[in-house]
Design a protein. Structure first.
Length: 202
């Protein structure tokens, strides 16, 4: 006889369904057209269930933004960058990032749509993106400074400036790819980015 699910398990299951539905809708329709009703219907629950759990659209958006960033953080595996080569670690980030760009799945599209709207129509999620952005930048700064300390990277390199430029480069490539997929060879772009990073070596 199968054991009954606990309340916590039922909540986790409904949350996951709601998150997946919200991410899919944001990816396909954007943030502005998202509604509690649409999310509940796609998730297989009533609007009342979604409201009971997240209160309102603002509460849902905050939870979804955090979920998207948590998943994206795990996908990038920034915490696992501990090789003997800072340049090698940066190249690994480039490879992983462009791999996800090419997959063009709901998570990636929702990530970009949410990031864009975080400073426009959905400012309640801006703190989530600000915190995440600072974390990613700090990780890259630490990588560069570690490379400088090991004598791998030129001492003249400004770690903060490079981190900002590098993040902007990856995000810019992603946006261009989504506009002109057929005209952009991500493998070639990845090689170009890695070559640029190699120029940091002493």
């Amino acid at each position: 006889m199968l054991s009954k699910r606990t309340q916590a398990e039922r909540v986790a299951e409904s949350d996951e369904a709601v998150f997946n539905a919200a991410i899919a809708l944001i990816a396909s329709e954007g943030v502005s057209s998202l509604s509690i009703h649409k999310v509940g219907k796609l998730a297989g629950y009533t609007s009342g269930v979604v409201v009971h759990r997240f209160k309102n659209k603002s509460g849902l958006m905050k939870a979804v933004a955090k979920k998207v960033l948590d998943i994206w953080d795990r996908n990038l595996e920034l915490h696992a960058l501990d090789s003997n080569s800072a340049i090698g670690d940066i190249n690994t980030v480039t490879t992983i990032y462009l791999k996800h760009v090419k997959r063009c799945d709901n998570l990636m599209l929702a990530y970009f749509r949410l990031m864009q709207e975080s400073h426009c129509s959905c400012k309640e999620i801006q703190p989530e993106f600000e915190e995440y952005d600072l974390t990613v930048r700090k990780t890259l700064v630490n990588l560069i400074e570690r490379g400088i300390g090991m004598g791998e990277i030129k001492a003249s390199v400004n770690a903060e400036s490079f981190a900002i430029a590098y993040i902007g480069m990856l995000r810019g490539v992603a946006l261009q790819y989504y506009i002109h997929k057929r005209e952009i060879d991500l493998e070639s772009v990845g090689y170009a980015i890695n070559s640029l990073c190699e120029s940091l070596r002493t």
